[in-house]
Design a protein around this ligand. Structure first.
Ligand code: BGC
Length: 326
């Protein structure tokens, strides 16, 4: 009996020694791999810095992974494989993108436009994850045919602006435009000057990017059909051709108000817009005359495609009809 107890104790001690040895070997092997491992395993990162701006798009997001051994890698240069393991991407030639088609295949045609439900900027951000800070976007699978700056003259119309963002961002993206939005706000309480604000927008937009087309849009006009592309053509283009406010037709043949598009050349040919129309009215007729005097014709979409809605509102203070507009 005593002998068998002694035998058991001996066996137990030996087992413990073997176990401790195995643990030691395991520790050494683990230590060896830990110290010599390549910095390309996701498990080895210490810090990921992401450009956290909510507007940052996939293509503009910058992320740096810093490894324990001090090296850094740009996430954009890494490839993800199954199981979230990252490995270095083979340096590939950047893919040459083709031009976007003349008519986008993403268009849906007539759309319902309503202003009964309130919208907010969080919704706009959520619905447009590919927007880049500053209201900028360009397609990532083709090269846009035009670089379009959209200029909105503005003062005290926040609610309208939210609807404009809500409706227009998805439309402009379906139209596959390389675009930026410029809201040009008139400071102070003085009399409003729409055309001067549009001139300011033209100058400011060009400081930021090499735009070749400019769309001048009132903040309260929303297109009802995304085939009404917000881009320029060989002649100045009038886009808001059949507004609900005017019974879905042009109020008069020379009407060039609401939303219009002009290339850089067309805009320069007429020396921009008049700066001296203070208050409501007349500046768009002046722009029409300038275009005609310089030998240009107005192009327009059909009344069907050019349908749009205007958000109803009372007349703004300090934007009374300009008695001198005629
Ligand atoms: C004004 C324009 C305005 C148009 C439609 C004209 O009398 O001069 O500025 O766009 O009416 O409201």
């Amino acid at each position: 009996m005593q002998e068998s107890v002694l035998l058991n104790v001996g066996f137990f001690t030996k087992s413990c020694v073997v176990l401790v040895c195995l643990c030691g070997v395991h520790l050494i092997v683990a230590l060896f791999f830990y110290l010599t491992e390549s910095p390309t395993k996701l498990t080895n990162y210490r810090k990921i810095q992401l450009d956290s701006d909510i507007f940052a798009s996939k293509t503009h997001r910058t992320a740096v992974i810093q490894y324990d051994n001090g090296t850094e890698a740009d996430v954009n240069k890494l490839m993800y494989s199954k199981g979230s393991v990252i490995k270095d991407a083979v340096e590939e030639e950047p893919a040459v993108l083709e031009s976007c088609p003349e008519t986008s295949t993403l268009l849906v045609g007539p759309m319902r436009v309503e202003f009964s439900e309130p919208v907010n900027l969080d919704m706009v951000r959520k619905d447009n994850p590919q927007l880049v800070k500053g209201g900028r976007y360009k397609p990532n699978d083709c090269v846009a045919l035009q670089k379009v700056a959209i200029i909105i003259p503005f003062r005290n119309r926040d609610e309208h602006l939210k609807y404009w963002f809500h409706y227009l961002h998805p439309i402009l993206q379906r139209q596959q435009l390389d675009y930026g939005i410029y809201v040009i706000q008139q400071d102070g309480e003085g009399t409003f000057n729409r055309a001067k604000l549009l001139n300011v927008g033209y100058v400011e937009a060009l400081k930021e990017y090499d735009y070749d087309c400019f769309v001048f849009s009132d903040v309260d006009i929303i297109p009802m059909d995304d085939r009404n592309t917000y881009k320029c053509s060989s002649q100045p283009r009038h886009l808001s051709v059949s507004m609900d406010k005017f019974g879905f037709r042009l109020p008069y043949k020379q009407y060039f108000g609401g939303v219009s598009a002009m290339s850089k050349e067309q805009f320069q040919k007429i020396n921009g817009f008049p700066n001296n129309y203070w208050g409501w009215g007349g500046e768009d007729d002046d722009i029409f005359n300038r275009l005609v005097f310089r030998g240009m014709k107005i192009s327009r979409p059909s009344g069907d495609i050019g349908k749009c809605r205007m958000i109803r509102h009372s007349r703004d203070k300090k934007n009374e009809p300009n008695p001198q507009r005629l």
